[in-house]
Design a protein around this ligand. Structure first.
Ligand SMILES: [Zn+2]
Ligand SMILES: [Zn+2]
Length: 96
């Protein structure tokens, strides 16, 4: 089950469970679409993987399995991102 983290881990933008612009990597590192595409350019700074749109959990299911409320300070490890970007930016996600 996804945690549904509450905010972009780069800019801090709120990303509620029904946000249309929430993107996640395979480890559920969570970013807004702007940061995922234009800042990180589809390379996760924490694992080097790509991003896909986070599915919306239906409201009835949220009552049973609520979204995470655990806010972290937005932070991107620039050096780690640069290293992953160098390694993977020209490699399609399926071949990373
Ligand atoms: Zn963002
Ligand atoms: Zn990641």
């Amino acid at each position: 089950m996804l945690e549904l983290r509450p905010a972009c881990e780069a800019c801090g933008k709120d990303l509620p469970p029904n946000a249309p612009d929430a993107m996640i990597c395979t480890y559920e590192c969570t970013f807004c679409e702007h940061c995922a595409r234009n800042v990180l350019r589809n390379v996760c700074p924490n694992c080097g993987g790509n991003f896909e749109r986070r599915p919306v959990r239906p409201r009835a299911m949220l009552a049973k399995n609520p979204a995470s409320q655990e806010r972290r300070d937005p932070h991107v490890d620039e050096a780690a991102h640069a290293a992953y970007f160098t390694r993977y930016s020209s490699t399609p996600p399926g071949e990373r």
